[in-house]
Design a binder for this molecule. Structure first.
Ligand code: FES
Length: 265
């Protein structure tokens, strides 16, 4: 097993490149990070009414987040207990139940195995369907509309896990009196380690003035403050770290909501 002790020099802010390429380190991360961390799964506005579902991931595990008939929310591994295919093959939508497209096992909104085609003819009479319910995400909590889940039954309480990161999260969530809602989202498939993406908004704010210069050009039409920041004229900001690996970087200028569209200017 690769020992990361020599690869990370926290005191001097140095990180060996192997941290981003070593397959053994990645496998350790799946076990030690993704199997234990509280992960954001979905926002209330993505699953507003019964039967609404959204598919996401915890690490490499596909996870379904589903609004139940009673208004509660459940999450479970999107993997059929028969032979491992995806129970549901679309990213989001509304359903009354989920039927695996391989051999037709169907599951209720809460992941309970509901029906096996021709079960009486093909399975023993004492076959226990309850043993083959979808694997539930054991801990699931809602925080200001955001659903978080973890595979770890013994994970610390989510408030404890967040620690002082709660302040940074609240600063983002509570920014608008009207609250937040998801109106659309982008998904990228990137041919690199997950940490490349994670570090951008958390510890590498310097890249934005160069990498996003084209965005700055467009934003100049819509939001002077944002464009000025992206151009580096106001490069002030804050960097935040806390226990359990939370991190966030942010600009400190006043947020400006665009009031004019490009076509109007
Ligand atoms: S793999 Fe799902 S029904 Fe067979």
């Amino acid at each position: 097993m690769t020992d990361i002790t020599d690869l990370v020099d926290i005191e001097n802010g140095r990180l060996a490149g192997d941290m981003f390429t070593d397959e053994d380190i990645y496998q350790q991360e799946l076990e030690k990070v993704w199997k234990r961390a509280w992960c954001f799964l979905a926002h209330d506005s993505q699953i507003p009414s019964k039967g609404d579902f959204f598919q996401t991931y915890i690490g490499e595990d596909p996870v379904m987040v589903v609004r139940q008939k009673d208004g509660s929310v459940k999450a479970f591994l999107n993997q059929c207990r028969h032979r491992g295919m995806r129970i549901c093959r679309v990213d989001s939508g509304k359903a009354k139940a989920f039927t695996c497209s391989f051999h037709g096992w169907s599951y209720d909104l809460d992941g309970k195995l509901k029906n096996i085609p021709r079960q009486a003819d093909t399975y023993p009479a004492d076959f226990d369907n309850d043993r083959y319910n979808a694997v539930a995400v054991p801990q699931l909590v809602n925080y200001k509309g955001f659903w978080f889940g973890t595979w770890d039954k013994d994970a610390p309480d989510r408030e404890e896990y967040l620690g002082s990161a709660k302040y940074a999260l609240d600063g983002y969530i509570d920014r608008w009196d009207e609250g937040m809602e998801v109106v659309s989202f982008n998904r990228w498939v990137l041919p690199n380690n997950w940490k490349f993406m994670a570090e951008q908004p958390t510890s590498d704010m310097q890249h934005s003035e160069i990498t996003h210069v084209s965005a700055a050009t467009v934003l100049n039409k819509a939001s002077d403050a944002t464009a000025r920041t992206l151009r580096g004229e106001n490069p002030t900001g804050r960097q935040f770290f806390s226990d359990y690996g939370h991190s966030r970087g942010c600009r400190t200028h006043q947020l400006t909501t665009p009031t004019t569209s490009r076509s109007q200017t």
